[in-house]
Each structure stands twice: as C-alpha cells, then as structure tokens.
Design a protein around this ligand. Structure first.
Ligand SMILES: CC(C)(COP(=O)(O)OP(=O)(O)OC[C@H]1O[C@@H](n2cnc3c(N)ncnc32)[C@H](O)[C@@H]1OP(=O)(O)O)[C@@H](O)C(=O)NCCC(=O)NCCS
Length: 482
C-alpha cells in the first residue's frame, strides 16, 4: 500500500506510535509519540527528547511538502462543538493552514438546533430521519448557525502568546456560496424549509482560498427567490468538495470510523467496497449516513475521503500525518488494485514468480504450496492482471513475521508497487500483533535496507525458521521493527 496510498502520504491503523511512512520518510521513524517534554525549555539540549523532537519533525516534512497547496474540506458535526473541543480543532486547522493547506470548514448544528427548539418549547419533527423544518425550526436553525459561526470566528481570532494560535492571524470568510432548493414533498410529507444543495459557487470559494482565507460554511443555503433553507452539513460538505475538486474531504464526527462486521475499525476502504458495504445494509445508521456522503464526494471526483472521530484529541493531525491514521479512509483508486489474494490468483502468482524461481532469486514453491498458503498473499492487480505479490508468514511464538515471495513483474518495477506491497504486509503483520518483520534475501539487500530493515543473523530468526535455514543458499537475514 502506498502508505494508505496516495501521491501524498497516507495513514491506516490505530495510533500506537507515530510510525511515519518510510516510503516518504528519509529518516528513520521515531518509535514513540512526541513527548510534551520534548518542547520544554528545561530539557537538556542534547537530551534524547530533543533529538526525538527533531527526528519527528523531519519525518513529518515529506507530508507537509506533499500537502502544501492541497485543498481539504473539513466538516465537523455540531456534536464536536457540544463536546467542547472546538478550540482544539481550530488550533489544528490553523496549523494545517500555516503549513500551506487550503481549508474549507463546514459545520453541522443538529444538537444546537435541538437546543433552540427545546428553549422555545417547539417539538422536533422528523420524517425518514430528515428534519421537517417549519418556520419555527428555520428560525432555530438560523439562530444556531449564527451562534456557531460567531464562536468559530472568535476561536480563529485568538492569538494569545504561548498558545497554539499565537501569531496565527488567520482570516475566515463566510458567505452566500451555497444555492439551495427545497426537498419538497416526498411520500406525502412536506419538508418545508429543509433543503438540498443545488449548486456551489466554487469560483468565489477558490478565490478566497487563493488569497489565504479559510472558507467557513454553515448548513444553510439560499434559493434564487431569497428564501433560506436548512441543509445538512454532510450534503454541504460533499457538494463543496466535489465543486472544488478538493484533494480530501474529512468528516470529524462522533463515530470512530467504518466498522467491519465484528465491529473492528476498517482503516481503509476502496470506493467499490464502500458502495458494497452501503448496499449490504449492515452498517450502523449513523456510519451509513456519513459514508453515503463520502461516497458521493468520491463519485464527484474527490480522490480521498476520511471519517474520523473527534473524541480523539488531534484526530485530524493524526489522520494526516501518521502512517496509520485514526479513522477510515475511502479512496477511489489505487487501493482497488492492492488486495488480499484468493484462490483465483494462484495461476497469476505462479506466472509472476516463475522467472524468479528459475534464476534463483526466489526459492521454488510450486502450485500446491501457493494454493495452501494463498491466504498469506497480497497482490497488486491492474485491469485484472497481477503485477505483484508478497506473502506474510506468521511466527506467533516469537511475535515475528516473514515477508516472502515479494515480486513485482519486470514491466511494473520502479513505480512503487514493491513499496506498496511491503506496506501492506507490514500492516497485516501489525494487525496480527507482530512486532518484527524479517526477510531472507540473496539479491535485494539494498532495497530492504533503504526501507528500514537492518542486518540480523540466523540466530535472530524464529526457532522453526532457523531449523529450515538453507546454509547453502546463504540468504541474508534482514529485520525490521514494526
Ligand atoms: C525488489 C522488487 C520487489 C522491488 O519492486 P519495485 O516495484 O520495483 O519497487 P519500488 O518501485 O518500490 O522501488 C524501486 C526502487 O528499488 C530499486 N531496486 C529494485 N531492485 C533492487 C535491488 N535488487 N536492490 C536494490 N534496489 C533495488 C530500484 O532501482 C528503484 O530505486 P529508485 O527508485 O531509487 O530508482 C522488484 O525489483 C522485484 O520483484 N525484484 C525481483 C524479486 C526480488 O528480488 N524479490 C525480493 C525477494 S527477497
């Protein structure tokens, strides 16, 4: 995997330590998160904390270079504000902006509208999960959006010394960028002032972004007749991301991401799989709701979309700058071509490795072994043709994994596929709780050394592997800490 593949670096798994993409990181990644003491003035200047800080910052540099000038639409639910973490988000957004990213912020206001309705003793009305916005509810929606907008603008105006906003000087632009239309009458229900995005004024937003402004959008839009409509933050955000052809759409919400059928967070999904998951109808309704809008944005030309939790402090930074991320990323390309192998791939794998077995680069395996171990293989496929493969063998007693059979067909070499396969195997190994990955190689030493492996000895191998070591072949043992 291209570091949760991108032309830019990308994340993928729960955040243990900031393991930064070796694909992009020219320096070795630090093993532990940056400690607060690293920035403290009273730490010894030559101490390990400071060195760790410098290493960490240098390792983040490739991400910063690759994200500079990119457009990110960051949308957050009203629950985030209710949870009291608006300031933290604003600090992080200001940091992204300072690093050269163009930011559009979209906020939701569901709980705040509920509060306004409760204050006025007006009952909330929904049909099919969509609010029916009557006159009273529209007033509440305006009030809630107005208050939130002021709070957000105030948060961006902070600049006290010794705070993350010191010296930020960031201007926020809001405006009538959204043209709305009424939902109308559906199945006999008149949704009144509940609306949908009809079109976005992408050009004006682009102009503001190019002048260094943060664009702030509320979940309200206006029709050409001058009426206001209550919109959903998700609709506004996905329409904005598509209109701007944004590089990323990020939803920061009360859900941690997309779960698999047993409830485990899925770090990455292809667009195709995301659509299938929605069609299968097994997702929690709130996740399905967010996912459906992310999918819409991807279909509208946004290459990457993320669903991340606000419950995790700094989740937007973790998602963007950690190799493993914190939520779920949905991608419209690349990932579809990198997947786990099935029995249908046995023929393709045999074809791929045959020349390398013949010239002695790989140990001969044969159809039977490949069939038996097919579940260990990951493959890269372009247009139905296999171009690369690699396998992971687990040694659970020693918490180690072996990457074997790494192969990229000669016509595809040098385009990063080998690296993507390595990343995929590393991720699979981490998911199994393995701590070290090793390879036995005769001709590819430097390729692995460049990717964080170090020399080891036969004695360092798991016992079962040691017993099988072929002393005539004299393969080098290379190992990497995961
Ligand atoms: C090793 C291999 C998997 C790399 O795949 P890939 O898709 O070309 O890898 P990437 O695109 O990520 O990397 C390409 C870089 O690796 C370098 N590279 C390729 N083979 C190398 C080798 N044997 N030793 C050192 N570097 C090598 C290329 O020169 C290129 O370097 P550059 O980008 O700095 O110019 C592929 O070359 C291959 O299949 N080799 C034959 C099988 C093999 O040796 N497998 C390993 C068994 S242990």
């Amino acid at each position: 995997m291209n570091a949760r593949t991108d032309t830019s670096p990308e994340p993928a798994e729960p955040p243990a330590a900031p393991t930064l993409s070796p694909a992009l990181s020219p320096v070795s990644a630090p093993a532990t998160p940056i400690p607060s003491s690293a920035a403290s003035a009273d730490t010894d200047a030559s101490g390990p904390d400071r060195q760790q800080f410098v290493d960490w910052l240098r390792a983040v540099a490739p991400y910063i270079h690759s994200f500079r000038g990119k457009t990110f639409v960051i949308a957050f639910s009203g629950e985030l504000v209710k949870a009291g973490v608006l300031n933290a988000l604003v600090n992080d957004v200001a940091l992204l902006h300072a690093m050269g990213m163009q930011i559009v912020l979209v906020f939701g206001s569901r709980p705040q509208v509920e509060e306004q309705l409760a204050l006025r003793h007006v009952e909330s009305r929904y049909a099919d999960g969509v609010r029916i916005t009557d006159n009273a509810a529209l007033e509440c929606a305006k009030e809630a959006a107005g208050e939130l907008r002021l709070d957000i603008e105030a948060a961006f105006s902070q600049g006290l010394p010794n705070t993350p906003m010191a010296g930020a000087q960031l201007s926020v632009i809001s405006g009538n960028f959204i043209t709305a239309r009424p939902v109308g009458i559906v199945n006999g229900v008149d949704y009144q002032h509940t609306g949908l995005v009809r079109k976005m004024d992408g050009e004006s937003m682009r102009m503001s972004l190019s002048h260094g402004k943060v664009v702030l959008l509320s979940p309200l839009g206006f029709s050409p007749t001058g009426q206001a409509f209550n919109l959903s933050m998700e609709d506004v955000a996905s329409a904005t991301a598509s209109a701007l052809r944004a590089d990323k759409l990020i939803f920061i919400t009360e859900v941690p991401g997309v779960p698999d059928p047993v409830g485990k967070l899925i770090p990455e999904l292809s667009l195709r799989t995301a659509v299938e998951r929605l069609q299968n109808n097994h997702l929690p309704p709130d996740v399905a709701y967010y996912l459906q809008h992310l999918v819409k944005a991807l279909k509208g030309g946004v290459p990457r979309a993320h669903l991340i939790p606000f419950a995790q402090d700094g989740s937007v930074l973790l998602e963007l700058f950690l190799h493993d991320g914190v939520g779920t990323m949905i991608s419209d390309s690349d990932l579809e071509s990198l997947r786990e192998a099935t029995l249908d791939d046995v023929g393709g794998i045999l074809q791929l490795i045959a020349p390398l077995e013949a010239d002695g680069t790989l140990v001969p395996r044969g159809r039977h072994l490949i069939e038996r171990d097919i579940g260990n293989f990951s493959v890269i496929e372009h247009d139905g043709v296999l171009f690369g493969c690699a396998a992971l063998y687990e040694f659970p007693r020693e918490n180690m994994g072996e990457m074997a059979c790494l192969t990229v067909s000669s016509e595809a070499q040098g385009t990063g596929d080998g690296e993507r396969l390595l990343k995929r195997i590393e991720r699979r190994a981490r998911a199994l709780g393995l701590e070290r990955l090793f390879v036995l190689t005769t001709r590819t030493e430097h390729w692995f050394l460049k990717r964080g492996f170090v020399h080891a000895t036969v004695d360092d191998l798991p016992e079962d592997k040691r017993k099988l070591y072929n002393w005539q072949r004299k393969s080098m043992v290379l190992m990497k800490k995961l």
